[in-house]
Design a protein around this ligand. Structure first.
Ligand SMILES: *[C@@H]1O[C@H](CO)[C@@H](O)[C@H](O)[C@H]1NC(C)=O
Ligand SMILES: *[C@@H]1O[C@H](CO)[C@@H](O)[C@H](O)[C@H]1NC(C)=O
Length: 183
């Protein structure tokens, strides 16, 4: 009985709130927008397919993938370290975790869908999300940053990627990333 009474009371309160003209709805409230920050991040991405401890592994392919010059249809899962300099032993800043796959039949065009999850300094725990096409054989390419978490909440921006080193037989690569985000 007491429980019933509480429900009725809540209903009345809710109805009254809804009935007051000009009163803000409870489910959608306009918040004050804060100032935006622009951050530039520069780091090196180490994509290792070879050896005993690869950081990029093939998780799926199509029937014709291995016959395709661009490995069309292959999907790779990655957990690649991001470091301060091209030296793999330099300071670890975070990891690139996600997927890339071959989405182009006449040149190496990758669809990239990954988070750059940072672990260094104030950025520890914050991430940015990259989603876009990567014409991997071009010396310079641009990809969109479509979101972020933590410090990078609401991030949008772009990443400029430049291949620093590539082993054509194994596919191992070190790529320099220069990312600019507004958040
Ligand atoms: C990042 O944060 C995690 C969890 O809060 C902590 O365990 C870790 O030591 C931190 N890493 C660095 C490099 O500060
Ligand atoms: C990185 O990008 C920023 C912003 O576009 C630019 O000012 C800077 O020169 C770039 N750095 C390198 C090393 O390309």
């Amino acid at each position: 009985m007491a429980k019933f009474g509480v429900v009725i009371l809540l209903l009345i309160v809710t109805l009254e709130m809804a009935a007051v003209p000009g009163m803000a709805q409870t489910w959608a409230q306009k918040l004050v927008t804060e100032k935006e920050t622009v951050t530039n991040l520069q780091f090196y991405f180490h994509d290792t397919l070879s050896g005993k401890n690869p950081t990029a592994v093939r998780v799926a392919q199509a029937t014709g993938t291995d016959k395709s010059p661009t490995l069309f249809g292959v999907v790779m899962m990655v957990d690649d370290p991001l470091t301060e300099t091209p030296d793999p032993k330099s300071k670890l800043l975070g990891r690139a975790q996600g997927l890339y796959g071959s989405a182009c039949q006449d040149e190496l065009g990758l669809v990239m869908s990954m988070s750059f999850v940072f672990t260094d300094d104030i950025y520890n725990g914050s991430s940015i999300s990259l989603l876009g096409n990567n014409r991997a054989m071009n010396p310079v390419r641009e990809m969109p940053i479509v979101g972020g978490t933590g410090i990078f909440r609401l991030a949008r921006g772009y990443a400029i990627a430049k291949t620093h080193w590539l082993d054509l037989t194994t596919g191992d690569a070190i790529v320099g990333y220069n990312v600019t985000v507004v958040h």
